[in-house]
Design a protein around this ligand. Structure first.
Ligand code: NAD
Ligand code: UGA
Length: 471
């Protein structure tokens, strides 16, 4: 099938725009793909000769960028010029929770979406297919359509311009983005314009089985994305709520999770307990869902979904309290090693990471944290904690501080506890018999991801606490 689409522009070179377009360019060498962003330093990082300095760490991404960059994949800050060249434009800009005004704290802030729509209306040429890739409140396509139509109507020179708006939400998860994009469970396209849908479908057919491409009306497509995230987050809150019950009753969450997961109706995925879900989307998308439900007068539905967030918040607080209680009721002046700051393994992303809140709580209690993460920079940690870094000094400790450590041994040296917050593979293989020699007895390991090996139980002098297993 001959495709009309020769030039694609993606607005937003972030965690979605970058990897999504890299895979698209890799699978469609006949299409030129330009990813544009207003953030100059992000674009510079995407164009860096040194591929270890790409703005996003994602397994498999470097190899694709090496293959396609400056062949049919371009990263640019020339937003208008690339919009003008494109037959199809993906919008992959950020849609965070509003921080002020009506709906603050719940509704999505659509100012970046609106700005993109206006740029498209002004600079696109002739027939353009506009694809919503960002996660959006249901019926946002209506707003985009209106902006495109009305802006165009007032511009008598642009009579030839036409736009079709499609919804094509992205379901990738960070850390497995390339795998998810190359082999997705499904691709969802929502829209009314059959010809535009066919053009987008033809692109995906370059590497995806037709049975996995599903078409729906545009509102179902927008809503399905919010609901998919809400269901995933709900499963995590469900299992996390049971961790406390296991600790209280002597049941073991790993055994419970396995026993329920083997029921094929429940399934094994997304029932791994942890310190609470993080990431840029689960919380924001559920808040948005709650806002929409309240808007339509569905208070009971809104209340139901708010509980998923309440449990998530409670889990972080609960873990902080358990750590303090076990360390003789105080962490003031103590050195604690934090293992992992990213919101999950295999990403450098820290947005909404449970580590942020747990670290802040502990610093607030007077602890001195040595934070080690294999992929997160100290600048990034500082930005998230919003507290300046200060070097730990055993003789003259401050009342609540943190420092970033590039060496795990240095982080553990003289510490009273190691607190595992991210499930990086390397934390599973640690030689605790040696590492605990660096710590100050009586030392503790708090494993909020249940990744430490069982034989740790036999290690002399070690106090081990695992989520949903130990009291
Ligand atoms: P991000 O913040 O990493 O990237 C968004 C980029 O858009 C930023 O670099 C920003 O500078 C740029 N931008 C904003 N307005 C612009 C404009 N007018 N012109 C050019 N560039 C502009 O965000 P993200 O994580 O990639 O998420 C993007 C969207 O995708 C969100 O709606 C999110 O909910 C959704 N989503 C994210 C993920 C994920 O794993 N991160 C997965 C699926 C869906
Ligand atoms: C999630 C969804 O999985 C994607 O489908 C979706 O596209 C994306 O949000 C989005 O819209 O942004 P992501 O947040 O990247 O992807 O990563 P997940 O693997 O879903 O993990 C989210 C959080 O839940 C992490 O903090 C992770 O540690 C935690 N988690 C996940 C658990 O605690 N237990 C689990 O069983 C699974």
């Amino acid at each position: 099938m001959e495709s009309k689409i020769k030039n694609i522009c993606c607005i937003g070179a972030g965690y979605v725009g970058g990897p999504t377009m890299a895979v698209l360019a890799d699978k469609c060498p006949h299409i030129n793909v330009s990813v544009v962003d207003i953030n100059q330093s992000r674009i510079d990082a995407w164009n860096n000769e040194d591929l270890t300095l790409l703005p996003i760490y994602e397994p498999g991404l470097k190899a694709i960028v090496r293959r396609c960059r400056n062949k049919n994949l371009y990263f640019s800050d020339e937003v208008e010029k690339n919009i003008a060249k494109a037959d199809m434009i993906f919008i992959s800009v950020n849609t965070p929770t509003k921080t002020k005004g009506i709906g603050a704290g719940q509704a999505s802030d659509l100012k970046w979406i609106e700005k993109s729509a206006r740029q498209i209306a002004n600079f696109a040429q002739e027939e353009t297919i506009v694809v919503e890739k960002s996660t959006l409140p249901v019926r946002t396509a209506e707003t985009i359509q209106r902006i495109l139509r009305e802006t165009n109507k007032n511009n008598s020179l642009d009579k030839k311009k036409t736009f079709s708006v499609l919804s094509n939400p992205e379901f990738l998860a960070e850390g497995t983005a390339i795998k998810d994009l190359e082999n997705p469970d499904r691709v969802l396209i929502g829209g009314e314009d059959i010809k535009a849908i066919e053009e987008l479908k033809k692109i995906y057919l370059n590497w995806i089985d037709p049975s996995k491409i599903i078409i729906s009306n545009i509102w179902s497509s927008e809503l399905s994305k919010l609901i998919a995230n809400a269901f995933l987050a709900q499963r995590i809150s469900s299992i996390n709520s049971i961790t406390s019950l296991c600790e209280a009753t002597g049941a073991n969450i790993t055994e419970v999770s396995k026993a329920i997961g083997l029921d094929s109706r429940i399934g094994t995925k997304f029932i791994t307990p942890g310190p609470g879900f993080g990431g840029s989307c689960f919380k924001k998308d559920i808040l948005n869902l709650i806002y929409i439900c309240n808007y339509y007068g569905l208070k009971e539905v809104a209340d139901y979904w708010s509980k998923v967030l309440d449990i998530n918040q409670w889990q972080k607080q609960r873990i902080t309290e358990i750590i303090i209680k076990n360390l003789f009721g105080t962490v003031n002046g103590k050195k604690l090693a934090i293992l992992g700051f990213a919101f999950k393994a295999n990403t450098n992303d820290t947005r909404e990471s449970p580590a942020i809140e747990i670290c802040k709580n502990l610093i607030n209690e007077g602890a001195n944290l040595a934070i080690y993460d294999p992929k997160v920079s100290s600048d990034q940690i500082e930005k998230e904690l919003n507290i300046s870094q200060s070097n730990y000094n055993e003789e003259n400790f401050t009342d609540g501080s943190w420092e970033s450590q590039e060496d795990l041994g240095c982080a553990l040296k003289g510490s009273d506890a190691a607190i595992i917050l991210t499930e990086w593979d390397m934390f599973q293989e640690l030689n605790w018999a040696e590492l605990t020699k660096l710590m100050r007895p009586p030392y503790w390991i708090f494993d909020t991801r249940n990744i430490t090996k069982k034989n740790l139980e036999d290690l002399e002098g070690l106090n081990l606490w695992r989520l949903g297993i130990d009291q």
